[in-house]
Design a protein around this ligand. Structure first.
Ligand SMILES: Nc1nc2c(ncn2[C@@H]2O[C@H](COP(=O)(O)OP(=O)(O)OP(=O)(O)O)[C@@H](O)[C@H]2O)c(=O)[nH]1
Ligand SMILES: [Mg+2]
Length: 391
């Protein structure tokens, strides 16, 4: 499952967001270091389900499908707050960061209202929220750097004596971040690095670490507490850091709770009121709904889906029966898997199971019913049957 790490300064609203999008109750409070152990849960990204093409209702094994929109599960990790010096272990930062070592995507949630000070205490004095997201991004880079540069001379001397390819040498350093050979090849081919590792300067190592973030482990800045700011504040932030997602975890949690407690019909913005909800609730919920509908505040599901699509992820549906699009038990479109643009049929086979990848024979495209080989480039929404020797 795709792993998404939520990081940020203490009190930024990470646990509030986590709770809203995973429906798991966790500690939330207006003081720093409320979270001391990471919370792990499942949320979803949305994509159009191909079920209507065969006039059947799908039976997702994980996630759900509502009105033809498939909810594809992703793992969310809510990390305790980070303070300056986190990468050197301040405030247990090092330990906290280790929780997102193998995350595929990092979300730097910052308090866009600027009403929490450096340590995360609520404050009356508004400061520039961009400072918060900059220091957190720097700590991430420094944390990666500290791990890659550890015992560099010893490592470089040893590896320079071997004839192994550069990406395999560097993989020994970067595997701890969940990177694989393909990721390393991408980094090494995109940037220029000296052939001899002993010649890598601290700056070269830093460039390598930046490339990990740039190509493999992207960080997205998301502004929280947008219910407390106006369009001028937003403009100021965007003038410094460019296009930004503005959300309100508080609002999302209110909607989620109203749904859970039976006041509204859905936890999405097209909810209707149930009998139980009185004028008080309707007033608050209406105000929130309007802010989402007029685009003042973005819904996090849409933000997440946008992020994942912008990174070139595609959704592919593996099936056993290419005619009925079912598994062995007759479930229609049971699995929706996230792959990367450029992945092929063999990558899909490995994603299902190493054994299926290793024993791959051929595949069949569920739409065209044509036989396809291992090099077939997958498209978004493909329905594929893999034939292998393994079963
Ligand atoms: N107005 C407003 N308040 C919010 C929002 N999100 C969170 N809060 C409040 O901010 C405070 C901190 O929220 P938490 O979710 O505990 O923050 P955190 O980032 O997990 O904090 P740590 O666990 O200490 O790192 C709480 O009082 C929340 O109710 C929001 O979108 N708008
Ligand atoms: Mg928290």
């Amino acid at each position: 499952m795709l792993k998404i790490g939520l990081i940020g300064k203490p009190n930024a609203g990470k646990s509030t967001l986590f709770s809203a999008i995973t429906s798991i109750d966790v500690d939330i409070a207006n003081y720093p270091f409320t979270t001391i152990k990471p919370n792990v849960g499942v949320s979803f990204i949305k994509d159009k389900c191909p079920e209507d093409e065969i006039n059947e209702k799908c039976n997702p094994r994980e996630g759900k499908c509502i009105n033809g929109i498939r909810y594809i599960p992703v793992e969310i990790i809510d990390v305790p707050g980070l303070i300056e010096g986190a990468s050197e272990g301040k405030g247990m930062g090092n330990e906290f960061l280790d929780n997102i070592r193998d995350a595929d995507i990092i979300i730097n949630l910052f308090d866009a209202s600027g009403l929490t000070d450096k340590e995360g205490n609520a404050s009356e004095n508004k400061h520039n929220p961009v400072e918060d997201l900059t220091f957190v991004n720097n700590e991430i880079l420094k944390w990666i750097h500290s791990k890659i540069s550890k015992d560099w001379t010893k490592f470089a001397r040893k590896e320079d004596n071997s004839s192994e390819r550069m990406e395999l040498k560097m993989l020994k350093k970067a595997a701890t971040f969940g990177l694989n050979e393909k990721d390393m090849f991408l980094i090494i081919s995109k940037e220029k690095f000296p052939d001899k590792l002993i010649n890598w300067s601290d700056e070269t190592i830093n460039n390598f670490c930046s490339s990990i973030i740039k190509y493999v482990k992207p960080i997205f800045n998301v502004g929280n507490k947008s219910d407390l700011i106006n369009s001028e504040d937003k403009k100021n932030i965007e003038n410094t850091i460019g296009k930004t997602y503005f959300i309100s975890a508080e609002y999302e949690l209110i909607i989620e709770k109203a749904y859970k407690n039976g006041y509204i019909t859905s936890d999405t913005m097209d909810f209707e009121y149930k009998e139980k909800s009185g004028p008080e609730q309707k007033k608050i919920l209406n105000e929130i709904k309007n802010k989402f509908i007029n685009g003042e505040i973005m819904g996090f599901y849409d933000v997440l889906t946008g992020i994942i699509k912008s990174l070139g992820y595609i959704v592919v549906y593996p099936v056993l029966d290419e005619a009925k699009w079912t598994d062995k038990a007759g479930n229609v479109l049971p699995d929706a898997l996230l792959l990367k643009d450029g992945d092929n049929a063999l990558d899909l086979a490995y994603k299902i199971h190493t054994d299926i990848g290793e024993n791959f024979i051929r595949a069949i495209n569920g739409r065209t019913k044509r036989v396809i080989g291992k090099d077939y480039k997958l498209l978004n929404n493909d329905v594929i049957k893999i034939i292998s020797n393994s079963r």
